[in-house]
Ligand binder design. Sequence first.
Ligand code: NAD
Ligand code: DAU
Length: 337
Amino acid sequence: MKILVTGGAGFIGSNFILYWMRNYPSDKIINLDKLTYAGNLENLKSVKDNPNYFFIHGDILNLNDVNKAMEGIDVVVHFAAESHVDRSIKRPADFIMANIVGTQILLDAAVKNKIKRFHHVSTDEVYGSLNLEDKNKFNERTNYNPRSPYSASKAGSDHLVRAYFATYDLPITITNCSNNYGQYQFPEKMIPLAITNVLEGKKIPVYGDGFYVRDWLYVEDHCRAIDAVLKKGKVGETYCIGGSTEDINNLTVAKKILSFLKKDDSFIEFVKDRPGHDRKYAVDWSKIKNELGWNPLHKFDDWLEKTIFWYKNNEEWWRRVKTGEYQKYYKEQYGEE
Ligand code: NAD
Ligand code: DAU
C-alpha cells in the first residue's frame, strides 16, 4: 500500500509515520510537508534512509506539489494544518488558507486520482465547549459549534470532506480527536510548554483560573485509532476519539508536572485568559470502541511521566525548537522571553 501523509513532519503526523513504519514495514509512505515553524524533520531521522519513506517538501496549497505527491497513492491521511488556537486568534487568515483551502485542493486531487480512502484528521474542538458541570460528552451526533478561528477552520474542512463524499463519491473517513500529548509535540502547546519551561527554570503560564478541562490522549493511542479506522472503518463515517482522564483541569495538569519534576507550586503563574477560551472538552468514544474495537491503552499519569522523561532526555530537540521564531512568538503571547 502507498500512503500519502500530509503534515508528516508535525507532532502527530511524525508519530503516525513512525508508528506505521514499525507496524507495516512493507508499505510506502510519502510525507508531504511545507515545514512551517511546526514541522521538524528531526522527528523522522530514524526512518529518513528507509527505502519505503519519501519526503516531499511542499505545500498543500500548491497544486503542483499536491499533484506530484498524489501520484500512485492508495490512501491519504491528512494531518497538515495550522493547529494552535492562540496563533489562530492572532492570524486567522493563515488558518483559513491551510485548513480550508488546503483541504479543498487535496480533495480535488484525491477525486482526480481515484484515491481509495481519504482520511481526514480533525478535532473535538469543532463541537464547541461544555460546561464544567456537564455530564454529557461530545459524540458523532453533537452539533458543530466552533468558537475559535482554528476550530471554525477545522469545522469548515470537515464539512468539505463530507461534501466530497456526498457529491463526488470520494471514499472518506473522519476522526475528531481530543487533546494529544507525547514526544515531539511543539512547545507552544500546554504540556510541552509547561515541561520545558520548568526544565529551563521558568514558570508555567496558566490561563485564567486554570479550571479548564481537556480530555488528554497519548499520541500513540491516536495513531492506533486512525489505524483501526483505515483498516475497519466504514466509508463516509466519522469516529470520535478521546482519552480516559476524568475531568482533569489545567491547574491539576500543571501541578502533576511540577510534582514529577520535584518543584513546588510557586512555579505556577496565572496569566491573562485566552479570548473565547473553551471551558471543557470531553469525548464519548463508544462508537469506535463498539464498532472497531479501539480504546485508549495509555494511562495519563504513567505516560505524562514518560513524556516528561522524553523532554528531559531530548533537551537538544526542544532547545533548538525554542530559538528564533519561537522567542518572538513567546514574547508576543506572554509578554516576556
Ligand atoms: P502540528 O502543528 O504539530 O503539525 C502540523 C504539520 O503540518 C507541520 O509539520 C506543518 O509543517 C504542516 N503544514 C502546515 N501547513 C501546511 C501546508 N500548507 N502544506 C503542507 N504542510 C503543512 O500539528 P499536530 O498537533 O500534529 O496536528 C496534526 C493534525 O491533527 C491537525 O490537522 C490538527 O488539527 C489535528 N488534531 C490535533 C490534535 C492535538 O492535540 N495536537 C488533536 C486533534 C486533532
Ligand atoms: O482538543 C483537540 C485540540 O487540542 C487540537 O485540535 C489542537 O490542535 C490542539 O492545539 C489542542 O487545543 P487546545 O487549545 O486545547 O490545546 P493547548 O495545548 O493550546 O491548551 C490546552 C489547555 O491549556 C487550554 O485550556 C489552554 C490552556 N493553556 C495553554 C497554554 C499554551 C494554558 O493555560 N497556558 C498555556 O500557556
